[in-house]
Design a protein around this ligand. Structure first.
Ligand code: HEC
Length: 181
């Protein structure tokens, strides 16, 4: 009798150990995920690149918009690397679209079409469920300058696609109609 009750205690104890153990592991993994979400990665865009003189094409949606250097190689390449790592999974290769919308078609339904608004969207995400809610916030994991380089990469691809005729130029304004008298 004694040995049976000892065994049942042992069984109960081992169940408890499993519960505690699982709880501990869950805690550890929750802690790790949390740590990942709140850790800002080191900026990969170098100061040398930021300081590099530039006289090439700038992209701006209006005079008040943030101007981006879309032909500056070190900037665009830095953006491409971040894009390939963190965005292509949903937005497709070269931003052509997938689960998420096309980012190199010159059209931005959620962010109007301004560089500043796009930068903000990437930083804070789209949390409003009625607008989708599937786009996460990257401002806590990617540095501001690196996010800026991602937008420069997106705009440089967009410009290249328009120039090659791959996509229709969304910036062409319809000519003003002139009525003959
Ligand atoms: C988990 C999938 C996913 C990932 C990863 C993701 N996005 Fe998105 N993104 C979406 C979806 C889906 C939308 C459409 C809005 C929604 O449903 O929330 C969106 C919307 C956007 C928009 C708004 C487009 C517009 O029309 O204004 C931008 C800009 C954007 N994403 C950029 C990025 C960038 C840059 C990255 C990488 C740093 C990224 N996204 C990573 C899924 C994703």
């Amino acid at each position: 009798m004694e040995s049976i009750s000892f065994l049942s205690i042992l069984r109960r104890f081992s169940t408890l150990a499993v519960v505690v153990g699982v709880g501990f592991l869950a805690n550890v993994s929750v802690g790790t995920v949390y740590a990942q979400e709140s850790t800002l990665a080191d900026q990969t865009l170098t100061q040398e690149c930021i300081d590099q003189a530039y006289s090439g094409t700038m992209h701006q949606s209006s005079d008040a918009d943030l101007a981006l250097e879309i032909e500056k190689d070190c900037l665009v390449q830095n953006g491409k690397q971040w894009y390939d790592r963190r965005c292509s999974f949903c937005h497709g290769g070269a931003g052509k679209g997938g689960k998420g919308p096309c980012l190199t078609c010159g059209k931005f339904a959620y962010s109007a079409n301004s560089n500043m608004a796009i930068l903000t969207t990437i930083s804070v995400g789209i949390t409003n469920k009625s607008l989708g809610g599937a786009m996460g916030a990257f401002g806590t994991t990617i540095s501001g300058m690196d996010i800026l380089s991602i937008v420069a990469y997106m705009r440089s691809e967009e410009t290249r696609r328009i120039a090659s005729g791959e996509i229709k130029d969304p910036y062409i304004k319809e000519e003003v109609m002139v009525f003959p008298e």
